[in-house]
Design a protein around this ligand. Structure first.
Ligand code: ZN
Ligand code: ZN
Ligand code: FE
Length: 760
């Protein structure tokens, strides 16, 4: 008997070729009815036998388009109508329901063939895309995902494109950004002051300029890149000077995988990610004989590399170039440039030429950065290709969490989905703050969210915390390191109590001190601080972050306080400025108690003489990790002081490090022993906490765990000691994950207080 069924499919089912897939499936099964995009996913109204419908649903689950993600399929029976064909109906207008939006996806194999095939209508066309690939999140202004709600709305499809767009059997059926050389976006070249340069072939012109050692501002999917020849040390130096970014590593884009293998180790997992549909920057270990200019990533053993992910990128590798510097185009500290006029204004002193196009970017998205550790993808910066994929979590209220101040992301919740924003950078400039606010508005709009609660960091000085004053809503304040642990619990789906180990640079502590070497017994709702790195008085508090030598003096002071050699040691290591700072510390002027693990790494890096000043966050720690050359179990002495909490005292380690330094032990060995000491201490503290609390789950988080030696060994040593260990993978362990922790804690807190209210 033929019956009518109504299906609601939720998940990522728009802009991914879902409707043509269903259309073809229904027709092949001779089922009648229709499909359309709705604001909550897709609706399918279909008539067939019950057996048909079961097969239909099974087939959908098993054979869905590559980019589709199905969260749920709901089937209800309806009164039989007697449809005569299967149709694709136009989209329903928006309701208050949340639709999932696809991230931007790298060019697919078929489209790549199109642009490389001489006889193809899209030969060399830089904006080629189809339902399986191309821009999504970056061009969407509104939902449902239809061309008229994207920045492609200013281009009218030519006949050829329109036919493809309307043909369910075509790969470009309802590919919203569909375009061709006739009707779509175009490239043009300008000089560094914004004068149009008339050229026949923009790509060819740019390729020549790259060869000649110029820096080009190229508009991409989510913003502008600064691009130059990565084999030309001089142009890289020029870029560093112009961008005022002297040491922070640049990412490179390489022509293909075999080129990457000429310079870096690539394992199976790394290959899979490099060649996958998201194409993030992957941090790879350089080959020992990697002969790329050292100023690409000074003092680093790793290189951030990615493969071309837009048609335009592929065209850029058609000349002789095989490796290009491809770094986000921004002035130091400002957000990535993504609007033509602003790029012209702000990049004027940096680029020699611009390669523009008239496909507008609606929302900026940086390249994502990932690393593979023990065969697993670890996301360090979550943006293009990953955002706005939701994280599933039972949230009953609409909450906005404002995130941290550095490496900011924010998060909004709706109907069991947490939408974590793309990386917004550091919020300490007006431009970044404006960008942050604008991105929040965009998320609220496309996901139809009106927050009922705001979650912020306890640090009231954070700009992200102050932002909450724009709302007249209940504000929930969340401790920074609790949020770190919970970000890890959420992605691992853990709700019971764990030992949270959080090592990071800075975070506002409940006692007003700067925390950052923390052991918490915690679940999503509550935490208790059960141990920490011993406090040290750091002059200037957070401002010491940029000057590791200050941490060096502070630790040496603590190590040799009352010892008559103190002044000599400080003078020998730091000269007059060291002596001056020592006076400040002795007099306790503007000094802050800090248990920051970041400052301990700074101190060690400074004491062994590798780094006294830094130009980007975490630099000293990264360089310290880079020194490690071999594996051994050697370590230094530390001590655990038992007060009401376990206090980790690393002063004995500092003393031994200074001894080793004086004895002429090489830095590589000192760095290794220092890391091993910290690993040993961490495991010992976890064991103590386990015996006190009976908890053997450990969740590890915090930016210091971007250090892969530390992460790998803390994890494996804990596992050896029979702990269950959870780490951040899909959510950054650095402050990019804070907003996720905040929103989950706030949600549980609200649930709990509602329960208390209702039982009263
Ligand atoms: Zn494609
Ligand atoms: Zn066209
Ligand atoms: Fe942090």
């Amino acid at each position: 008997m033929i019956q009518r069924f109504f299906l609601t499919i939720k998940g990522i089912v728009q802009g991914v070729g879902f409707r043509p897939f269903i259309y073809n499936l229904a027709r092949s099964m001779d089922m009648k009815g229709w499909i359309n995009n709705s604001s909550e996913g897709v609706y399918i109204d279909v008539e067939g036998t019950e057996e048909n419908i079961n097969m239909f649903v099974k087939y959908i689950k098993q054979n869905k388009p590559q980019l589709a993600q199905i969260d749920s399929i709901e089937v209800i029976r309806k009164d039989y109508i007697g449809y005569s064909s299967f149709e694709i109906k136009s989209s329903e207008e928006k309701t208050a329901k949340a639709t999932l939006v696809s991230p931007d996806i790298a060019i697919c194999k078929d489209c790549l063939e199109d642009i490389m095939e001489f006889t193809n209508h899209r030969y060399q066309y830089p904006f080629t895309n189809c339902t399986n690939c191309g821009p999504r999140f970056s061009i969407i202004k509104d939902i449902p995902y239809d061309r008229k709600y994207t920045t492609m709305n200013q281009f009218t499809m030519c006949k050829v494109c329109k036919n493809e767009y309307e043909d369910p059997n075509n790969r470009r059926f309802h590919a919203q950004p569909n375009a061709c050389p006739e009707c779509g976006p175009k490239l043009w070249v300008e000089d560094n002051v914004g004068r149009l340069i008339a050229v026949n072939d923009s790509i060819e012109f740019i390729l020549h300029r790259l060869e000649q050692g110029n820096i080009i501002g190229i508009k991409g999917i989510g913003g502008f890149h600064l691009v130059c020849d990565a084999t030309n040390e001089k142009v890289i130096e020029k870029l560093r000077i112009r961008k005022k970014r002297m040491e922070k590593p640049f990412a490179v884009m390489m022509k293909d995988l075999s080129t990457i293998k000429e310079y870096c180790y690539v394992n199976d997992k790394e290959k899979e990610i490099l060649e996958g549909i998201r194409k993030p920057i992957v941090l790879l270990n350089k080959l020992e004989n990697c002969n790329l200019p050292s100023n690409i990533a000074p003092a680093q053993k790793t290189l951030g590399a990615m493969l071309p992910y837009t048609p335009l990128h592929h065209l850029l590798f058609q000349g002789g170039q095989k490796i290009l510097i491809m770094t986000s185009a921004n002035l130091n500290g400002l957000p990535i440039e993504y609007r033509d006029d602003r790029a012209r204004r702000n990049l004027i002193g940096i680029v020699d030429y611009f390669l523009f196009n008239n496909r507008e970017i609606n929302i900026p998205v940086d390249d994502s950065v990932v690393r593979v550790i023990e065969g697993e993808e670890i996301i360090i910066r979550r943006a293009r290709g990953y955002v706005p994929l939701p994280i599933k979590f039972g949230c009953t209220k609409n909450i906005l969490s404002c995130g941290s101040n550095m490496k900011n992301t924010f998060c909004v919740s709706k109907e069991n989905n947490l939408f974590l924003s793309q990386h917004n950078g550091d919020l300490d400039t007006l431009e970044s703050y404006e960008n942050y606010q604008q991105n929040i508005e965009h998320f609220k709009h496309i996901f139809r969210i009106e927050p009922e609660y705001i979650a912020i960091d306890k640090h009231e000085g954070y700009i992200s915390s102050q932002y909450s004053q724009n709302y007249n809503l209940p504000v929930i304040k969340i401790q920074h390191h609790h949020a770190h642990v919970v970000s890890c619990l959420i992605e691992n789906n853990i709700s019971e109590k764990v030992i949270g180990v959080v090592f990071d640079g800075t975070g506002y502590g409940d006692d007003g001190a700067i925390w950052g070497g923390e052991f918490l017994v915690t679940d999503i709702v509550e935490y208790e601080r059960v141990g920490h790195l011993d406090y040290i008085k750091i002059p200037g508090g957070d401002s010491a972050m940029k000057e590791p030598w200050k941490s060096g003096v502070a630790y040496l002071y603590k190590a040799f306080k009352g010892n008559k050699s103190l002044d000599d040691i400080i003078e020998r290591n730091y000269g007059d400025k060291g002596k001056a700072l020592l006076k400040v510390i002795k007099a306790d002027i503007n000094c802050h108690n800090s248990s920051s693990m970041g400052r301990l790494f700074d101190a060690v890096a400074s004491i062994i003489g590798i780094r006294n000043k830094i130009s980007f966050e975490g630099q000293a720690a990264m360089e310290l990790e880079s020194l490690i050359e071999f594996d051994s179990e050697e370590s230094y002495v530390y001590s655990l002081k038992k007060e009401e909490e376990v206090i980790l005292d690393m002063i004995p380690t500092i003393k031994e490090i200074l001894d080793d330094k004086i004895k002429g032990v090489n830095n590589s060995k000192i760095a290794l022993k220092f890391h091993n000491t910290l690993i040993k201490a961490t495991v010992e503290i976890c064991k103590k906490v386990r015996s006190n609390y009976g908890i053997s789950n450990v969740a590890i988080s915090g930016g210091v765990f971007q250090n892969s030696y530390l992460l790998k060994n803390v994890r494996s040593k804990l596992v050896e000691a029979d702990f269950n260990v959870y780490i951040n993978k899909s959510i950054p362990c650095n402050d990019g994950g804070i907003a996720l922790g905040q929103i989950a804690i706030a949600s549980e807190y609200i649930k709990k207080s509602e329960k208390i209210h209702s039982s009263n």
